[in-house]
Design a protein around this ligand. Structure first.
Ligand code: GLY
Length: 428
């Protein structure tokens, strides 16, 4: 079988890496890919939003199955276009992808089907939004309605910060049309966790739990990023909590997508806030694999990934065998200096070979290119250094041993990935 992966990040490298282990996969393509992916797949320089070019590649190369990594092509309808053309694809159709692409649509869906989530109001007028914020007080959450590359959610600690956020989104149009509407939402305290599950629209099968680290600096300080590291499992999302999430969130979610006739064959990734370690609330839906959670989670998958993806895309998820390794995993993201602000590209990366040879270590590439001599940096997030171990502590030690062997100018990475799990879990 021939498989195409859409995307170019660390998540897509992990998808390609896991697919490459399947006996049923003969060849993998990736659009556009990165330098690490190019070692396992044929990278084709096509923009993920150029649907005609992607379809032509699929037809010309007789590709059997396509997997979409990022949200933008899904929100623009890639899966819908493919299915209309009779092509197999893993990813929700354009209607279901709105659950990620529009925060107001998603919140209204949660309200319609009784999912636990914070109270909210939707505004198209700056003045009305400001009035509401002054009435409610802080802390309060301001969300641009549309996709904003992970930057459209601002947790405001003061009314002043909240009105600044409204101005940024609605007046200065920092995220363009994504700020046509805003969702103003109550702030819920607790611990965040990532719940990813496969769904074919008929059943939902959870993956192992994970947690990412959104802030750039240790101790969750500094601005938000795409994710600076992840680990699995997340103690806060143990078997009992998973059961609660399935009952109170995923079952009503499934009822909702079925009632609304949504075509959802892919991953539902729920950003959760767990209050008092007991009650899970939905912060947001994502309709794709998380990045960097996927890098940590796929290191623990024991089954044939291709079979799972194929079964999901065919609406036969119930037939898929999905087993996980008992071991833990950690992913440490190595980023360019200055990220998530402005950063330089083109820095030579040293030490990759030696790091990758360490026991139970896999280094996934994100923003990298090969310049003919060296791998060089080409993005904000450059690498995801992953390791497995008998517990999170061992996985963390291995991941950091590898990370410390890698250098590039300006490099930055957090030193506390997975500490929360290690401190929070007395058995480790
Ligand atoms: N880890 C955050 C995301 O994938 O959106």
């Amino acid at each position: 079988m021939k498989v195409l992966v859409i995307g170019s990040g660390g998540r897509e490298h992990a998808l390609v890496w896991k697919l490459s282990q399947s006996r049923r996969v003969d060849k993998i393509y990736c659009c556009p890919g990165n330098a690490g992916i190019a070692e396992l797949a044929e990278c084709v320089d096509i923009d993920p939003l150029d649907f005609d070019a992607i379809l032509n590649l699929v037809k010309y190369e007789w590709i059997d199955l396509t997997i979409v990594g990022p949200e933008d092509p899904l929100a623009a309808g890639l899966a819908t276009v493919f299915r209309k053309d009779g092509r197999k694809i893993f990813g929700p159709g354009i209607d279901a992808a709105r659950l990620e692409a529009s925060k107001s649509f998603s919140k209204d869906f949660m309200r319609r089907y009784g999912l636990p989530t914070a109270d909210y109001k939707v505004f198209t007028s700056y003045m009305h939004a400001e009035d509401y914020v002054r009435l409610k007080g802080a802390p309060i959450v301001i969300k641009a309605d549309g996709l904003a590359a992970g930057k459209g959610v601002i947790v405001a600690k003061t009314v002043h910060e909240a009105t600044d956020a409204l101005r940024l989104i609605m007046k200065e149009r920092a995220f363009g049309a994504a700020g046509d509407k805003v969702v103003v939402e109550d702030c819920i305290d607790g611990e965040e966790a990532s719940f990813m599950a496969f769904t074919d629209g008929k059943i939902i099968v959870p993956m192992v739990s994970s947690q990412d680290h959104k802030r750039i600096f240790d101790n969750d300080l500094g601005p938000n990023t795409g994710g600076m590291g992840a680990y699995s499992p997340a103690p806060v999302l143990g078997p009992e909590m998973e059961q609660t999430v399935m009952e109170t969130i995923m079952k009503p979610f499934l009822r909702g997508i079925q009632a609304e006739g949504m075509d959802f064959r892919g991953v539902i990734y729920v950003g959760l806030m767990i209050r008092d370690g007991k009650k899970p609330y939905v912060l947001e839906f994502n309709c794709r694999f998380g990045d960097p959670e996927t890098q940590a989670v796929l290191r623990r998958l024991d089954s044939d990934f291709f079979e799972i993806i194929l079964a999901t895309s065919e609406g036969k998820l119930a037939q898929a065998n999905i087993e996980w390794k008992r071991e833990s995993s950690v992913c440490v993201v190595m980023a360019s200096g200055g990220y998530p602000g402005k950063y330089q590209k083109g820095m030579a990366i040293k030490g990759l070979d030696n790091a990758g040879k360490l026991k139970d270590v896999v280094v996934f590439h994100a923003g990298t290119v090969f310049d003919g001599e060296n791998f060089v940096t080409a993005g904000g997030r450059v690498l995801g250094v992953t390791a497995t171990g008998k517990d999170v502590k061992e996985a963390k030690a291995r991941a950091y041993e590898a990370a410390q062997m890698i250098t590039f100018e300006g490099m930055q990475f957090r030193k506390d990935i997975a500490d929360r799990a290690i401190k929070g879990d007395a058995s480790k």
